[in-house]
Structures are given as structure tokens and as C-alpha cells.
Design a protein around this ligand. Structure first.
Ligand code: F3S
Length: 391
């Protein structure tokens, strides 16, 4: 790889151990993926924030990075953590877990990372623009950034994104390059247009093609629909980018005439739904994967207004960011008649398996991960249907 003189100096440890470790990792990744050089980034978004997912090994790694003087050099945000910082007791979190989780947040903060802890940083804390090179982990967020914003990132892992954040650079390969952002298949979609149908569409496409860059025709998604599609395709497949005709900024750059066309309609949506539904009896309803937006908070509050929670055996969690929660005091009041509005955490990265075995969600991404990462049987339905369980 071609490194500038300044990059060589960092590689040789002239700017401290933290920067050296970061450069070693970015260069190693670049060599694996055939990058010719490094590229400047405008922001990073880091995963690996929950004590549940990184454990004591991750905590030690972060401690070593802080001791080595590591500090980020670009706007950097952090993914959800394993608990709401203040309301962790309502999530059945133990004091031992809470202590280590707070330590992890503190360590990230000491490196200069914004500890807003949301998987929707593009809603306010970290908003790239068209053409920006960025280094984002969090599969749903990076797919949203590539697709809806037209920023450029590969599917970074937590350590790779942290290293890039420290350097302000990442290896220049994959989706940073024009030629790798071309669509690979056309999806002719036939859905009812609801939020849930977009989630099932993403699930069905992931099941159908696994990887590549789909180009959607026949849909007109709103921001929340794109958010849930991005999450679903990143979980059911490994997609890091997609185009939507007439909607996403780079869709118009391509002629799709020669591409294979795959139809996704009733049968494919039913297969997606069947895969994600493994129970019809739930103990927890968890909404907000990815984190609820202001619009979703308003929609849920409008649906719940004037209703009563009759089934007290089923808990409800609403997961969002602190910033969205703060913007919606009236909605929070209505929603909290049903369950806590939790900030900066989610049902997947929280250790829910210590308390629950069966969880309902409206998110295909959570529907994929609840069984594998949280030992849950899952119910994946739209919000109105899920709420009927408790009304
Ligand atoms: Fe976000 Fe957790 Fe879902 S991090 S995308 S709410 S699994």
C-alpha cells in the first residue's frame, strides 16, 4: 500500500502507541482487501459498545487504547449500549453489568467519541452528506448512509471503525470506489407500503440474494421505511447498500436494463414472515430496531392514546435515542402508560435472555437476532398487531 510520509510516521509509532495500533489495523485491513492507499474520512460510527457483546476482553482493549493515548480525530458516535444509563433497573440489569457498561461508555468518551449511543446517528448526532467518505460500523446505519445519503463506507467492524476514527482515515477499497457501488440485481417489489411490509421486503431480499447491491423498483419508501429495509437486509443478508428508483441519490446514475430481475411479492413476503415467527406467546414487546424516530414516536403515541394496557404479564420496551426521547415529552407520557421509553439501548444488545425467553418485535433485524444473540423465540408482526396482545 502507498502510505504518505505522515502515515508512515504514525505506523512507526511517532504519534504514540494508540495511533500506531490504529494504523497497523487499518493497513492490515487494507492489504486484505487490496486497497492501494488510505482515504480521509469525515466521520466514524462505532459498534462494540455493549458489555454484553464485548465482555471483559473488549473492556480491557478499550482500557489499553485509552492508556495508549488514543483519541479520535473526526466526529465519532457510538452504537447502543446494553442498558439505559439511568433506568437500567427497569430492564432487569444487574449492578455488576451496569458498572462495567458505564465504564465502557466512559472509556469511549475519554477518546473523544460522542456517547449518544444510538444506531440512528444520521438522525442528528452524525450526519454525513452525499459523497463523504466515512467509516461506520452498525450494519443498519452504514447501509442507510450508503443508500439514502450517498455517503461512502464499507461494512466496518468495531475495532476497524475505532482505528479509522483515531486516524481520520480508512483503507480505500470496496464501497469507497465508484465501480463497486453499481447495482447487481433489480428487485421488482410488490408490497402494501406499510412500515412492516418494508421490513419484510428487506428480509425477503436478504433471503433471496444474500449479498450484492439491489436496485428496487415499485416502492416509494419514506425515511423510516428505508431505515427498516436497511436493517433487515443487513441482518438477513450482508447488504451494505441498495438503490431505490426515484428515491436514493445514486439510483439515477445507472442503467439497469441488463440486470437480472427478481420479483418479491406475496409468496416471498410470507416465507420471510414465517422464518421470523417462531412463537405466538410472548413475554416482552420491544419496539425501536433501529431506534424509533420522532415520527415513529408520534405514530405509536397516536395509536396508544386513550387505550389501556390490560395484559400486565407482557412488558413493553420502546427503544430510542436520548435526543428523540427529549423531543417527544407528550408522546413519552402516553407511551409510558404501557412501558418504559428507554434511551440509547436496545433489545438485542441488552442481556434480555436473563429475564425473557419469548419476545415480539416489528423489526426483521431484531427478528433475526433475537433467536441467535438473545436465545429468544421471536414474534415478528406489525405494531398494531403486537399491541393487541396487551390491550
Ligand atoms: Fe439498533 Fe439494536 Fe436494532 S443496535 S439496529 S436497535 S439490533
Amino acid at each position: 500500500m502507498d502510505l504518505t510520509r505522515e502515515e508512515e510516521a504514525i505506523f512507526n509509532g511517532e504519534q504514540g502507541e494508540g495511533a500506531q495500533k490504529a494504523m497497523e489495523l487499518v493497513v492490515a485491513l487494507g492489504k486484505i482487501y487490496g486497497a492501494e492507499d488510505l482515504i480521509d474520512i469525515t466521520s466514524a460510527h462505532l459498534s462494540g459498545a455493549s458489555y454484553k457483546t464485548i465482555g471483559d476482553g473488549g473492556l480491557k482493549y478499550l482500557e489499553d487504547m485509552v492508556k495508549g493515548g488514543a483519541r479520535v480525530s473526526v466526529t465519532s458516535t457510538l452504537n447502543p449500549v446494553g442498558m439505559d444509563r439511568e433506568r437500567w433497573k427497569e430492564m432487569h440489569i444487574t449492578p455488576e453489568f451496569a458498572e462495567k457498561q458505564l465504564r465502557i461508555i466512559d472509556l469511549y468518551g475519554r477518546m473523544g467519541i460522542k456517547t449518544s449511543c444510538s444506531c440512528t446517528p444520521y438522525m442528528g448526532d452524525n450526519v454525513p452528506t452525499l459523497g463523504d467518505h466515512i467509516a461506520w460500523a452498525e450494519s443498519s446505519a452504514l447501509s442507510f448512509a450508503n443508500s439514502y445519503i450517498g455517503a461512502r463506507t464499507n461494512r466496518e467492524g468495531g475495532p476497524g471503525a475505532l482505528a479509522a476514527a483515531i486516524l481520520g482515515k480508512t483503507a480505500n477499497y470496496g464501497l469507497h470506489l465508484d465501480e463497486n457501488r453499481r447495482p447487481t440485481v433489480v428487485i421488482d417489489a410488490d408490497i402494501d407500503g406499510s412500515l412492516f411490509s418494508h421490513s419484510m421486503l428487506g428480509q425477503a431480499v436478504g433471503m433471496a440474494i444474500g449479498s450484492g447491491i439491489p436496485y428496487f423498483k415499485g416502492i416509494d419508501p419514506q425515511v423510516e421505511d428505508v431505515k427498516t429495509m436497511a436493517a433487515a437486509m443487513a441482518a438477513s443478508g450482508s447488504m451494505a447498500m441498495f438503490h431505490v428508483e426515484g428515491v436514493t441519490p445514486e439510483a439515477g446514475n445507472y442503467d439497469t436494463g441488463d440486470l437480472e430481475v427478481i420479483h418479491i411479492g406475496e409468496a416471498e413476503l410470507k416465507a420471510a414472515y414465517d422464518k421470523l415467527n417462531t412463537t405466538d406467546d410472548i413475554q416482552l414487546i420491544a419496539l425501536g430496531c433501529p431506534h424509533l424516530t420522532v415520527k415513529e414516536m408520534k405514530d405509536i403515541a397516536a395509536f396508544l392514546k386513550g387505550k389501556k394496557k390490560r395484559n400486565k404479564d407482557v412488558e413493553i420496551w420502546f427503544c430510542t435515542s436520548t435526543s428523540v426521547r427529549d423531543q417527544c415529552p407528550d408522546e413519552v407520557r402516553i407511551m409510558e402508560e404501557f412501558g418504559p421509553v428507554l434511551a440509547d439501548t436496545c433489545m438485542v444488545v441488552s442481556p434480555i435472555e436473563g429475564t425473557f425467553q419469548r419476545t415480539g418485535t416489528n423489526s426483521a433485524k431484531a427478528g433475526n437476532y433475537l433467536p441467535t444473540l438473545c436465545s429468544q423465540k421471536a414474534m415478528c408482526r406489525d405494531i398494531a398487531w403486537l399491541m393487541e396482545v396487551v390491550l
